[in-house]
Ligand binder design. Structure first.
Ligand code: CA
Length: 235
């Protein structure tokens, strides 16, 4: 899941970006309306979090241009406490939800999850691979319908491997998928996360193979639908 945050208040932007990354989203930040507009023209995002009072180009105009391009990208507006009129205009222009400042990060997280569920209504809700199922909207992975604990970064890597199951995914692609996290991460860190994923997935017979020097591959049809007892005894 890739999120574009548009916010000119440095402190708020910093807090938003950090908490969204902790929740496992890949996050890009634009600090003014023009930067946001060009990011939306070139980048592929799953969600836009848009402040309204922005330098160079206002948030409502960013939204108007986005919808004029027929984009159906889910948009959540952040607005000042007294911005009722702006909120109404934002919703009229095609925003999906709004949150008045100041807000609790927990509420923002819940609204994002709700938007993602709605946004994915037209596409398959779950990515499946043998006994493994992943819900990208709810960010939960299941083995035979039992939820499994993964960190945000593990989930981000797992999601890309699942979307390309049976095909090779390079470390660079995985780093790119993690977006700005990649700045703090090395290829070695990817190895660590893949190692953790393997430990969690192998009891269910799901293998991530290493393509030497090239990357990783979530093996297709190599797993066997192991009987339930085998799974239980190996946990
Ligand atoms: Ca602002």
């Amino acid at each position: 899941m890739r999120v574009l945050v548009v916010e000119d208040d440095a402190v708020l932007a910093d807090g938003l970006v950090r908490s969204l990354r902790q929740a496992g989203y890949a996050v890009d930040l634009a600090r003014d309306g023009l930067e946001a507009d060009s990011a939306l023209l070139t980048g592929v995002f799953d969600l836009l979090i848009l402040d309204l009072g922005l330098p160079r180009l206002g948030g409502l105009e960013v939204l108007r241009r986005l919808r004029a391009r027929d984009s159906r990208l889910p948009v959540l507006i952040l607005s000042g406490r007294d911005g009722v009129e702006h909120r109404v205009r934002g919703l009229d222009l095609g925003a999906d939800d709004y949150l008045a400042k100041p807000f609790a990060l927990e509420e923002l997280a819940a609204r994002i999850r709700a938007l993602m569920r709605r946004g994915h209504a037209g596409s398959p809700a779950l990515l499946r691979h043998g006994p493994l199922a992943y819900d990208p909207a709810g960010r939960v992975a299941y083995i035979r319908d039992e939820p499994l604990e993964f960190s945000g970064r593990e989930l981000a890597i797992l999601e890309l491997l699942l979307r390309r199951a049976g095909r090779r995914v390079s470390k660079e692609q995985l780093l790119g998928h993690l977006c700005e996290w990649a700045r703090e991460m090395s290829a070695n860190a990817i190895e660590v996360y893949v190692h953790r994923l393997r430990k969690k997935l192998e009891p269910a017979g799901i293998r991530i193979s290493t393509v030497r020097g090239l990357g990783y591959c979530l093996e297709k049809e190599k797993w066997h639908d192991a009987p339930q007892q085998a799974l239980v005894s190996s946990v």
